[in-house]
Design a protein around this ligand. Structure first.
Ligand SMILES: C[S@@+](CC[C@H](N)C(=O)[O-])C[C@H]1O[C@@H](n2cnc3c(N)ncnc32)[C@H](O)[C@@H]1O
Length: 207
């Protein structure tokens, strides 16, 4: 089941529309928490698709590297960046096999990156922890298993969802500053419409 949402073909097809599938406005959790980033931070936005979060970060003066597996998504992200008058370094890659730079970023932003089966996800989470510089910050939002009942977006299988216990263990190398599950109404294009079972993690690599 998880494989179906973890391939370039699937996502290129999903993004083959003039619409921005997840909208052009940044994720609400990111907007709420972006004040935690130091001015001019070097930020990695992982799997940022059509670029809504990367563009928001770049508009706020951060130096942004944005990755995604989908070429179509990155073309749209590039257009959004140009329209917004910001520069972003785009990298087309599969995060499961990317040569992650170590100790490289002041922050990692990971918004709805629930495409991987548990074993691959575990590796990606380790790579996220290592790509942060000492003192670097992770901002991550995803869905909890309860999202399956809401049916308002996200992967179709429970194994892709996050729980507090799972995130606490997966990011054991980081110091957790906030870990909170809650339900909220979100409006992120046609992709994420309505009441959603969310979980937010803010964690820092020890200095
Ligand atoms: C639900 S979308 C979220 C996009 C973006 N983070 C946002 O909040 O708008 C998931 C994204 O993950 C990307 N993706 C899926 N599998 C991937 C992989 N193996 N490596 C990198 N990106 C991947 C998709 O192309 C898609 O853009």
């Amino acid at each position: 089941m998880a494989d179906a949402i973890d391939g370039q073909e699937f996502w290129d097809e999903r993004f083959a529309t003039e619409d921005y599938v997840f909208g052009t406005q940044p994720n609400a959790f990111l907007v709420r928490e972006a004040h935690r980033l130091e001015p001019g931070s070097r930020v990695l936005a992982v799997a940022d698709g059509e670029g809504r979060n990367s563009v928001f970060l770049a508009k706020h003066g951060h130096k942004v590297v944005a990755t995604d597996i989908s070429e179509r998504a990155l073309e749209k992200a590039d257009r959004l960046a140009a329209k917004s008058g910001v520069e972003i370094q785009f990298v087309q890659t599969d995060l499961a096999s990317w040569a992650w730079p170590e100790n490289a970023f002041d922050a990692v932003v990971a918004i709805f990156i629930q495409f991987s089966a548990p074993q691959v996800r575990e590796r990606i989470f380790e790579d996220i922890s290592k790509t942060l510089k000492p003192g670097g910050l992770l901002l991550l939002e995803g869905y909890r298993p309860e999202q399956l009942a809401f049916g308002t977006g996200g992967p179709p299988s429970a194994e892709n969802m996050y729980t507090e216990a799972m995130l606490r263990e997966a990011f054991g190398a980081l110091e957790i500053e906030l870990l909170e599950g809650y339900d909220a109404e979100i409006s992120e294009g046609k992709g994420h419409p309505g009441m959603s079972a969310l979980i937010d993690l803010i964690a820092r690599r020890p200095s």
